[in-house]
Design a protein around this ligand. Structure first.
Ligand code: 5RP
Length: 272
């Protein structure tokens, strides 16, 4: 691995802990104005708490402060909406653009076991070929799609394929026996959060994933759809970087939720 690629990876994975809290806010690229991301200003206070922001170029250009110190991982695949066939994706952002936007990584979805499986795998191979010319790490995202069985056998297959094709890190879902997915994958794995679940459950999932060997999260809805997004990102960060338990992290979330309620009450504002 050359200097540029390693240096970019060190902007995503905190060199002190070897782990990362990525904030995923790319959902609009196929879902439109998702709950919690309708007004992108909502995520502004979360960004300094993340090591890396996973985002599309449109949101990056229009909504993110270029002075941010949080690194950027750019979603470069797209095409279909939730109304179409999700796996029908192509690479839609050039490597030159990723470099111009000062991305520290690029990410795309693969659809193992779905229609267009072979095309998305081939797209990943080509993206890795191109990215390595620029020292750009590639994140492969597995198991997107409603009908996928998210168990260790399937996720293990999808993550291993992503790594074999050349992805430098992989995002997948948490499942029972997650350690088996980690063991079979020679590159770092981060977990997506999936649909919004109760805060304590999301924190337990994070703790279990880290204990099973995940190198962090690339989490969206369980942070920005929480009743305290700031509390949740701080809580997740404590688990990922400080080894906090889910219970300890939950206390961080609750404390932050209470203090923001007090601030709102003190300012005589109504909570929206
Ligand atoms: C969608 C994505 C999202 O970034 C990913 O699913 C993470 O977000 P969430 O935690 O909301 O699942 O890649 O294709």
């Amino acid at each position: 691995m050359d200097f540029g690629l390693k240096n970019r990876l060190s902007k995503i994975f905190n060199p002190k802990t070897g782990k990362t809290v990525m904030l995923a806010v790319d959902h609009g690229y196929f879902q439109g104005p998702t709950t919690g991301l309708r007004d992108m200003k909502n995520i502004t206070p979360l960004i300094p708490n993340a090591d890396c922001l996973f985002v599309t170029r449109g949101i990056l250009r229009n909504c993110i402060d270029p002075k941010t110190e949080t690194s950027i991982c750019l979603r470069v695949s797209g095409g279909p909406s939730i109304l179409g066939e999700l796996s029908n994706e192509d690479i839609i952002v050039s490597m030159e653009e990723a470099v111009r936007l000062n991305a520290s990584g690029v990410g795309m979805s693969i659809f193992v076991g779905a229609s267009n499986e072979d095309r998305t795998i081939s797209n990943l191979g080509q993206l890795v070929n191109e990215a390595e010319r620029y020292g750009m790490p590639v994140l492969a995202i597995t198991a997107v799609g409603k009908e996928m069985v998210r168990d260790a056998r399937y996720l293990g297959l999808a993550c291993r394929m992503a790594a074999e094709i050349g992805a430098h890190f992989v995002k997948t879902y948490y499942c029972d026996d997650f350690h088996k997915v980690v063991e079979g994958c020679p590159v770092p794995i981060v977990i997506a959060g999936g649909k919004k679940i109760p805060e304590m459950d999301a924190l337990l999932m994070t703790e279990n994933a880290i204990k099973a060997g995940a190198k962090g999260v690339d989490m969206g809805r369980n942070i920005f759809q929480s009743d305290s997004p700031i509390g949740m990102i701080k809580a997740v960060k404590a688990i990922v970087h400080k080894g906090a338990t889910a219970q300890e992290a939950y206390e961080i979330y609750q404390k932050s939720k209470k203090s923001s309620a007090v601030e709102i009450a003190d300012a005589g504002m109504e909570k929206v």
